[in-house]
Design a protein around this ligand. Structure first.
Ligand SMILES: Nc1nc2c(ncn2[C@@H]2O[C@H](COP(=O)(O)OP(=O)(O)OP(=O)(O)O)[C@@H](O)[C@H]2O)c(=O)[nH]1
Ligand SMILES: [Mg+2]
Length: 333
């Protein structure tokens, strides 16, 4: 399946005024009235059909969109509205074609120049007024294409390791330590607002490591758009998960809530997908806090969490190794 971002980057959907601009001043001169009207109706039809061709491409792209991308799109856009908007453009295309067929015959039967001009005016007016009905829709479609062009290029047929956890736990630090991606890192929650893909070398092959926004321990119905993107990655992408626990005093939520969040993630993954749990920031967090986190995790059935610093490559690579090992064990069984 093609990467939707690279397809979307080649789709240029015009605004209504761009279509108008394309037609303006292009009506032929120095020809008979009849010929001028015929050609100008044809011109309007050709421009409408030609300029809206990218919407046809967009529809095809959306039809083949992987559920993960569809979810991301649906978080930011009303998909039903988008369908209606594309439908409106399809109608304008079909009408332009149909009107061209009928008005060119009407022109043949015109009995005067005046009548020919009236026929031309009416044909062009009807074609353009249908497209004008889509002008707001075209703006929404353009926004959607821009959004699609910015989506991460993830190959779902290759190994994927998703890094998840509460806000500010060190997910982006982890990703930047093990991959070539350079996500924004900052000491406050919800720095990462989108799903980001990085590529890490692991034993001679490339693994896709996915940075996700932070999750709070709450029901999807209460989640904001940023959290919903993380949820979409966990629910719709295949692969393993590395879950980071934040034992630091600045953590956005107490360890008990982080464990409850971990349990939610585990139930999303079910039996089929491996999860590696790592207590992060052990390079500076006081040992008693790390032990408290270990105890809480033990009570939730996680007996041997990793203890890592997302700033240290060796520790992060160990987490990655275990996640990938989990993946290959699942595929063997
Ligand atoms: N000392 C130390 N600081 C860390 C470690 N991991 C993360 N940090 C710091 O913690 C803060 C948050 O790190 P991020 O990597 O942005 O955390 P995040 O989980 O991606 O945060 P969101 O995107 O907001 O959910 C930054 O100031 C990091 O420098 C670690 O292992 N050791
Ligand atoms: Mg982040």
């Amino acid at each position: 399946m093609p990467d939707p971002a690279s397809v979307a980057k080649k789709i240029h959907v015009p605004s209504y005024s761009e279509v108008l601009q394309r037609i303006k001043n292009r009506y032929p001169h120095n020809v008979s009235t009849y010929e001028r009207e015929r050609r100008s109706i044809e011109l309007v039809k050709d421009v409408i059909v030609g300029k809206t061709e990218p919407v046809v491409q967009l529809r095809a792209l959306l039809r083949g969109l992987h559920p993960f991308y569809r979810r991301l799109l649906s978080i930011s856009f009303d998909l039903e509205q988008l369908e209606e908007d594309m439908e409106c453009v399809m109608k304008a295309r079909a009408l332009a074609q149909r009107l061209w067929e009928s008005y060119r015959y009407a022109l043949l039967a015109a009995e005067s120049e005046r009548e020919a001009r009236a026929i031309g005016r009416e044909a062009r007016g009807r074609m353009m007024s249908q497209l004008k009905k889509c002008s707001r829709g075209l703006e929404r479609i353009r926004e959607a294409v821009k959004f699609l062009a910015g989506l991460p290029g993830i190959d779902v047929s290759k190994d994927i390791v998703i890094v998840a956890g509460p806000p500010n736990a060190g997910k982006s630090t982890f990703i930047s330590t093990i991959s070539r991606a350079r996500p924004e890192i900052a000491p406050y929650p919800f720095t990462t607002k989108n799903v980001i893909v990085g590529h890490a070398d692991f034993e001679g092959s490339e693994v896709q490591v996915i940075d996700t926004p932070g999750l709070l321990d709450r029901d999807p119905s209460e989640m904001n758009e940023v959290e919903l993107r993380a949820l979409a990655a966990l629910e719709e992408l295949p692969g393993a998960v590395i879950f980071l626990v934040d034992p630091s005093p600045e953590a956005t939520m107490p360890i008990s809530s982080q464990v409850s969040l971990l349990n939610r993630v585990r139930s999303i993954l079910g039996q089929g997908r491996p999860i590696v749990v790592a207590i992060n920031k052990v390079d500076y967090v006081e040992p008693y806090r790390v032990s408290q986190a270990e105890d809480e995790l033990k009570r939730a059935g996680i007996s041997e969490p990793l203890k890592i610093s997302a700033k240290e490559r060796a520790a992060c690579m160990e987490a990655l190794r275990l996640a990938i090992k989990g993946l290959s064990q699942k595929s063997d069984s």
